[in-house]
Design a protein around this ligand. Sequence first.
Ligand code: ME8
Length: 521
Amino acid sequence: MSSSSPPSPDRQYLTTPIYYASGEPHIGHAYTTFLADVLARYHRQAGRQVMFLTGTDEHGQKIQEEAARRNMEPQALCDAMAGRFREAWSDLDISYDRFIRTTESEHRAVVQAFVQRLMDRGHIYEAEYEGWYSVHEERFFTEKELGPGRTDPIAGRPVELIREKNYFFRMSAFQDDLIRHIQENPGWIRPEKRRNEVLGFLQNPLGDLSISRPRSRLAWGIPLPFDEEHVTYVWVDALINYLTASGAIRPDAEPGDQGFDDVAGSWWPADVHLMGKDILTTHAVYWPTLLMGVGLPLPRRILAHGWWIVGETKMSKSLGNVVDPLELRARFGSDPVRWFLLREMPTGEDASYTPERFLTRYDELANVLGNLASRVTSMIVRYRDGRIPESAGDQGLAQALDDTLVAVASGMERLRVHEALGAAMDLARVANGYVEDREPWSQARREGAEADLDETLASLLRALVVLSALFLPAMPGKAAELAAHLGLDTVPRLNEARTLPLHTLTIRKATPLFPRIELET
Ligand code: ME8
């Protein structure tokens, strides 16, 4: 796949959106964060260095209003909510490397350096502005874009007509460069459908972007370095988080040198920005043009997934139809929640949450993977006292293992995580079929079939070792549990799983990995 900057085979910088600190985490937030977590764990497992960034978006009108509603200072609200997100991510086994908050002083300094750089390069001007503003989306819409009854076209919420002095970024000047970039890099925006939407959007003339708000209307933001009476527009502030965390900008650099030339030693550019399709325009239009404005490389890939919907509508806090991932976790544990969300949603499509779908996916875990683990471990214990002889051939499923390793890697690299997970589960299905074909219980009874039985059990054990590695990114807890039943201290790396010696392992009969759960009515 072509890209503006060379791929980084040894390092991966992965980001989620920074979530608004005005509401509790729900399964929509959890989904994007799981997706990033799976990729992060997959790349670490493959021996790459990973920087996995998530965090909270803490400025802007939405936060200011929510704090006022709760009779709190905005900072106190943000502190509380950042805590809620961190707790949720820890309960759901999210292995982020950095949790960024836009109220951090480092971020504030980077935003100011960034905006100053845009100013110095002549990309910012001042003008009177009139437009329809949605507090909910934190952005202006043109008359033409408005939904029925003059509402915001995304969430259908009220908009207000605002007229004020703003600073503008000459986004329009970068329209042609952006179109060229998208055309020359077909894999830049994933999936294809979203890429086409952005290209369609860019067929109309791109306006300039208002990047400030008068402090008199909105106090909760980062002041512009060249005009203290204005704060930075929250979307500009928020997008820059990816740069702050990368360490590419040194705001404390000597005057004249704004520290923008040091990208090589930093994590920038990001390998994948992950997000929902609701915020694709800000990431695929505002952000790259802003980066062009300051002269920095663009992120390597942008993945916009679909929405979790309930009935016919998007799940969102403002609609009051959210599903709490922590409630699901309390009943099923973290891994089945991760598995459901990641396996159920085809990358890029919408998916719907229902308790029945959840249970169907849980049953798949129990009946396919759980069943395989318990029957294979119990047979090795029963027939061979938990040890496989060194002489046993373990190649019975070799072709399936190799094919699966390729399919999983390809799914992960193409950001089609549900396909990668499906391929791993299919391997467990194939292994169950192998049990049926080989009938180890008959081999155990037959005179002279010792070597055949050894081969059956060794091949199945090999499959379980590989499966523990393959399931690690999506279900780190269950993968570790499975590895422990196989006598391994840790889940093996992908490249070790295929070859590590089996005869040194002592297998224990597995307690059910996925105990039966009855659905409450
Ligand atoms: O937009 N289905 O924050 P946010 C799938 N602060 N994903 C969903 C979802 C759903 N129903 N609801 C939310 C913001 N998400 C800004 C981002 S980034 C520089 C600033 C996920 O709290 C999805 O990733 O509204 C979506 O893009 C994100 O949460 C929006 O989170």
